[in-house]
Design a protein around this ligand. Structure first.
Ligand code: FAD
Length: 517
């Protein structure tokens, strides 16, 4: 069996991989992680996707074990501001649509339009986010358990995101460096060896596979399998194995970001349990409320804004608190490494692939990469079918998310400058245009969204199409021939349940303050 894994890189990807392998294989596989003291981590990446729960569960960690160490908070979805017009917002929550007489509530909403706010009409979480509530009661119970029959979160542990068709109703925000630190403690307690040093050279054998990495002060580190977690550098996969990087610049032009960390008095202001993405002239600004501070940053296209303009815009957006803060400028490599697994080298994290963080998918790709690595873990015979299968699964995941992100820009009604106008005419990947045209008359369903990977389900596509407002969607004609009383009842129930929840749930601040005590 393959027994020796070497991970290069100690950011979120490196330590998530080390912890997961330690949890999956125990001491049957030896794991060494080499991380530079000199080269810093990317320093962002604080909002997650709802399936991240499976990661913590797999590690056997409960929320109260890790959340207080990472200033973590809850995220019930994403609030999109100004994508339609200034002052407009809507939520894309982690909440499946209820189905009535075979049609999702969004179809019924298009037919009946009970109010202008589709998100509040069809999802419970929109109200919870508006009112900054916690998804859990003070005794730890989850709000969903009150209402939705058969949808209680599974009590299963050690599942992975493709095993369970269901998403959890929320994800987390956390401080990325505190999480890496926490996971490094977890991994080291379980036998992972950490070497704090720079990799200065990578040795290859006669097949061209990696034989060792040479460090500045600790000599050569040998292994069977090498995991490249060196971030955008792609030191092992791109520079050593020479695997090409496929750029998505033609479909997703945002290639830069500038970020700030802003302390905030949460007791006074409260914490909205969602990430906010506020549209700007050349991109959008994220707002991630952690317990104790806000992570914020402007993701923009360098063809439409200079770094100085972007930083000015971000500082104005944040207000006077931003004055003292140092800005972190980041150049983003958007796209994916053609094959993240080549020979005995597997890339996980930014070295594998990255799309702008509009739907918080960076850590989702990491989780997916690790889970699939364990599922495809090779024996020393190195079966190439495992490598091929891994590469296909990862490519499909990243390409699927790219399609979903392109949809955001195509569907946004905002059209007030060259940046937003160009977004409407830019190339679309993989037959998206044809399906996009169909969705105006036949709303997206499982069989018409990205065909090979359903990381985002049809309800997400519906939320974006309805929220962004640039695509007039037609109601399904069949609904005019149906009774519709059950749908009216369901709208009323959703309204009552939302009101009731908002009254009964504690504020997110109250819940987290209790957890931090
Ligand atoms: P890095 O953090 O860059 O770590 C690289 C590691 O490699 C470091 O430890 C470094 O020291 C080490 N290293 C490099 N070279 C060497 C060497 N020669 N020798 C030894 N060690 C070396 N994802 C989300 O899920 N949600 C978000 O909200 C989100 N927002 C983002 C915003 C921006 C602007 C960007 C750019 C990314 C965002 N991401 C987000 C993605 C997320 O940040 C990354 O997926 C995550 O941080 C993982 O990064 P990494 O570990 O691959 O790389």
């Amino acid at each position: 069996m393959l027994k020796n894994v070497v991970i290069v890189g100690g950011g979120t990807a490196g330590w998530m991989t080390a912890s997961y392998l330690a949890s999956a294989f125990g001491d049957r596989v030896s794991v060494t992680l080499v991380e530079s003291k000199r080269i810093s981590t990317i320093g962002v990446g604080e909002a997650t996707f709802s399936t991240v729960r499976h990661f913590f569960e797999y590690l056997g960690l409960r929320e109260q074990d890790w959340m207080p160490h990472c200033n973590a908070s809850y995220k019930l979805g994403i609030r999109f501001e100004n994508w339609r017009e200034k002052g407009h917002y809507f939520y894309h929550p982690f909440e499946r649509l209820r189905i009535v007489d075979g049609f999702p509530m969004t179809d019924w909403w298009l037919h009946k339009k009970p109010s202008e706010r589709f998100d509040r009409d069809v999802f419970l979480m929109a109200s919870i986010c508006d009112d900054k509530r916690s998804p859990r009661y003070l005794d730890g119970r989850l709000f969903e358990q009150d209402f939705v029959e058969g949808r209680e979160p599974a009590e299963t542990t050690r599942t992975t995101l493709l095993d369970q068709g269901t998403q959890f109703p929320y994800a987390y925000h956390f401080d990325a460096s505190l999480l890496a630190n926490y996971l490094s403690g977890y991994a080291k307690e379980r036998g992972v060896t950490q070497i704090l040093d720079d990799v200065v050279e990578v040795g290859r054998d006669e097949r061209g596979w990696i034989s060792h990495v040479r460090t500045a002060e600790h000599g050569d580190v040998t292994g069977d399998l090498f995991v490249d977690c060196t971030g955008f550098r792609g030191l092992l996969i791109n520079k050593t194995m020479e695997e090409p990087f496929i750029s998505f610049q033609d479909t997703l032009p945002n290639d830069s970001a500038v970020a700030l960390r802003v302390p905030v008095d949460m007791e006074e202001k409260g914490l909205r349990p969602c990430t906010t993405a506020t549209a700007q002239d050349a991109g959008w600004i994220w707002t991630i409320p952690l317990f104790g501070r806000i992570g914020t940053g402007y993701v923009y296209a360098s063809d439409y804004s200079t770094p100085e303009e972007a930083e000015r815009t971000l500082r104005e957006f944040v207000g006077p608190q931003a004055e003292e803060m140092e800005a972190n400028h980041i150049r983003m490599r958007v796209g994916r490494t053609r094959n993240p697994w080549v020979g005995n080298c597997v890339a996980i994290g930014l070295s594998c692939g990255f799309v702008e963080p509009l739907e918080s998918t960076g850590i989702f790709f990491i989780q997916h990469g690790i889970e699939q690595l364990v599922k495809h873990f090779p024996a020393l015979g190195w079966d190439s079918a495992l490598t091929d299968s891994y590469n296909r699964v990862m490519a499909d995941a990243i390409d699927g998310v790219r399609e979903f992100l392109v949809l955001h820009y195509k569907a946004a009604a905002r059209n007030d400058n060259a940046y937003w106008r160009d977004a409407k005419t830019r190339t679309t990947p993989d037959g998206l245009q044809e399906r996009f045209d169909q969705w105006r008359s036949k709303p997206p369903a499982a069989d018409t969204i990205f065909p090979r990977y359903h990381g985002f389900e049809a309800y997400s596509y519906l939320a974006i199409l309805l929220g962004m407002g640039g695509v007039p969607m037609k109601p399904t004609p069949a609904l005019a021939l149906m009774d519709g009383t059950a749908a009216d009842k369901e709208f009323q129930m959703l309204k009552d349940e939302s009101l009731d929840l908002v009254k009964r749930l504690p504020s997110q601040y109250e819940y987290l303050a209790q957890m931090h005590r």
